[in-house]
Ligand binder design. Structure first.
Ligand code: BGC
Length: 277
């Protein structure tokens, strides 16, 4: 709930900072197949130690997913580098998150729609939780420490995965819940044609997939004339296979933080929300 000001006085211990070491916050990234968490130094954006991953429960109902997030946070909390016990956590979720409530469920169990994700996770984890859209988290991290660092104007971070996620960044500030993966293009919901899963499902060659991406990105470029496109999601590792196929006015580059972007962005957002940094 970044719109509200819940700032409170914290001791150094509560803030996750010992005074000597880095200020750390646990970030958790919820995806359709896996849920992964890590301890993030929110002053540098580095993930400290190994990430911890569990498979997304099936069915991915709110209660089952919340228990899985708790298991991940519990594991990370046993580590020497963990923030103080009970300190706030940042979590991503692949849907519109407005005032902590899920307002869509494109690729997750429909029972999430209308769920107060902030409250559910806060209850089950027994600590304060800040939830945000997954692509927004990735975009925030890329803008602060990754491919969008120090880039002014409009930067669009587009994640190509099971769906298409998007983060709209203006002068380094996130404008949340852009949902540009659901633009209707040629009569289709764009993510059903141009996501990484559409490429796999239809067994498209890079050349064929490049045509889909060209149609998608040229439309988004026409609508927003951004300064920069950053492409995230697992497929960004293969950017040399498809970026050369795109012909756009706008510079297009792969994301830098790769698999860590969601975890890092969620931790940063939580740290800012609860006045850690
Ligand atoms: C959802 C977005 C999400 C994206 C990536 C889309 O289907 O609508 O909220 O960010 O998938 O997970």
């Amino acid at each position: 709930m970044p719109q509200e000001n819940h700032a409170k006085q914290q001791t150094a211990d509560e803030s996750g900072s010992s005074g000597a070491g880095p200020t750390t916050v646990i970030g958790v990234d919820i995806g359709g197949t896996g849920i992964k968490g890590g301890i993030v130094d929110v002053e540098s954006g580095a993930v400290i130690g190994d990430r911890y991953r569990l498979s997304t429960p099936k069915p991915s109902t709110p209660e089952a997913v919340a228990r899985c997030v708790k298991d991940i946070v519990d594991e990370l909390s046993t580590r020497d580098t963990a923030p103080a016990n009970g300190s706030p956590v940042g979590v991503t979720f692949p849907a519109i998150i407005s005032h902590g409530v899920a307002r869509s469920a494109a690729n997750v169990d429909k029972s999430w729609i209308g769920t107060d994700v902030d409250s559910l996770f806060t209850d089950i984890l027994g600590r304060e939780v800040e939830v945000m859209n997954d692509a927004d988290a990735a975009g925030l991290a890329e803008a602060r420490w990754g491919a969008g660092k120090d880039v002014g104007g409009v930067v669009l971070v587009i994640t190509l995965g099971t769906g298409i996620g998007s983060a709209f960044i203006m002068d380094g500030v996130l404008v949340p819940n852009a949902e540009l993966g659901h633009l209707e293009i040629d009569g289709y919901d764009a993510e059903t044609r141009a996501s990484a899963s559409a490429r796999e499902r239809e067994d498209l060659s890079w050349k064929e997939y490049g045509v889909r991406l060209q149609r998608y990105f040229s439309h988004v470029e026409f609508l927003f004339s951004p300064e920069l496109f950053i492409i995230g999601g697992g497929i960004s590792k293969r950017s040399e296979d498809f970026l050369p196929l795109l012909d756009l006015r706008t510079k297009v580059i792969p994301a830098k933080l790769k698999n860590n972007a969601g975890i890092v962005g969620a931790a940063l957002h939580s740290a800012e929300r609860f006045n850690h940094i």
